[in-house]
Write a protein that binds this ligand. Structure first.
Ligand SMILES: Nc1ncnc2c1ncn2[C@@H]1O[C@H](COP(=O)(O)OP(=O)(O)O)[C@@H](O)[C@H]1O
Ligand SMILES: [Mg+2]
Length: 347
């Protein structure tokens, strides 16, 4: 793949391995993808697949015992194209360069909003501080921006809420306030890590709309992380399906739904609840759970749960990504067999 002008962030063979007492935990094991300007990359996979560790690596907030390899190349800073990309992997996690990138150039919405806010400062002061650091040094103007951001994420009485502490807000409100903080600095990349998992359906729809507006109005690039393929369909241009620290399938969202090639993707698709149908209907969850990524056997990570696994093949050696169709990559030795008419879950 050539590095095109519209690529804003690129991961090359990123590995995050945690050194634990019992061995090496391979949370992320050779992930490569790229984010284009003004586009959304969806990352989907069950819990424990390495989605959050990947986004934390981009934000450079991994714990010290997490070993990081590969490259995370940032091609734009302060909305300007860089002559030479910055490799985030090489930056000191507490140094000034990553601190100016965090919040200003790359913003993050966490699944758990308490992670983003300090309990001892008001919500408003934390948002205002970020705005002053990145976009508007004037305190009064920064406060006005903070209030209007809180209003735009659907918080009533933002003039009053701005002076409240995180614990005074409900969970849904805190989530919105965190989103307001992430958006207030007009980031060129927004990482949204399961931003709506804890929210009810109505608020969830509002938050998704808010994120899509940001992309439309400011050309923000988005990494949208979820375990829900239904949400992926609504949000993404490109999709990476992750399993056990690796990308199993990578293509446009249309390709993924039209022609899912990996048995894991097919299983995820079958597990999308269909409106009006109960669990007894089409909804099936994938049998078994994601293995713990420590001291794993050779072969495909999905082997133990795969309906189409071939013994002596899939459990023998790791599989490389292949480009099965133009721009459609899959990591499965059996994809040609499964792609044939009448085979697999692809009919
Ligand atoms: N700080 C950490 N130390 C050790 N292991 C971790 C740490 N963070 C995550 N893990 C492990 O890495 C794997 C991937 O986790 P994570 O990225 O949080 O998954 P996901 O976000 O896809 O649910 C899991 O097996 C998890 O237990
Ligand atoms: Mg996660």
């Amino acid at each position: 793949m050539s590095i095109e002008q519209d690529v804003i962030l690129r991961l090359n063979d990123v590995k995050v391995h945690f050194k634990m007492d019992e061995g090496l935990l391979k949370a992320v094991d050779g992930v490569s993808f790229e984010i284009k300007k003004g586009k959304t990359l969806g990352i989907v996979g069950e819990s424990g697949c390495g989605k959050s560790v990947t986004s934390n690596a981009i934000f450079n907030i991994l714990p010290k015992y997490g070993l990081l390899g590969g490259e995370i190349l940032l091609y734009e800073k302060d909305r300007k194209r860089l002559e030479r990309p910055i490799d985030i992997v090489k930056l000191n996690p507490t140094g000034p360069e990553i601190r100016s990138i965090r919040g200003g150039n790359i913003a993050m919405i966490f699944q758990e909003p308490m992670k983003a806010f300090s309990p001892i400062h008001t919500v408003g002061n934390q948002i205002i501080e970020a705005i002053q650091l990145h976009v508007e040094p004037d305190a009064k103007k920064a406060r006005d921006i903070a209030i209007s951001m809180l209003r735009s994420v659907g918080i009533a009485n933002p003039e009053q809420r701005v002076d409240e502490y995180p614990h005074q807000l409900s969970g849904g409100m805190r989530q919105r306030a965190m989103i307001a903080m992430a958006l207030s600095c007009n980031p060129s990349i927004l990482i949204a890590d399961e931003p709506t998992t804890a929210l009810d359906v109505t608020v969830q729809a509002q938050v998704l709309e808010l994120i899509n507006n940001l992309k439309r109005d400011f050309g923000t690039s988005i990494i949208f992380i979820t375990h829900d393929l239904g949400v992926i369909a609504e949000m993404s241009d490109d999709v990476a399906v992750m399993y056990l620290g690796k990308i199993m399938e990578y293509c446009t969202v249309d390709e993924l739904f039209y022609r899912p090639l990996h048995p894991y993707t097919q299983a995820l698709l079958k597990s999308i609840p269909t409106p009006g149908k109960t669990r007894k209907g089409r909804f099936e969850s994938i049998a078994g759970t994601v293995p713990y990524p420590m001291n794993l056997p050779e072969g495909c990570g999905f082997f133990s749960r795969c309906d189409y696994a071939a013994e002596g093949v899939c459990d023998q050696s790791g599989t490389d990504m292949v480009e099965a169709y133009p721009g459609h990559f899959v990591r499965c030795t059996r994809h040609e067999v499964l792609d044939a008419p009448g085979q697999g879950g692809n009919a």
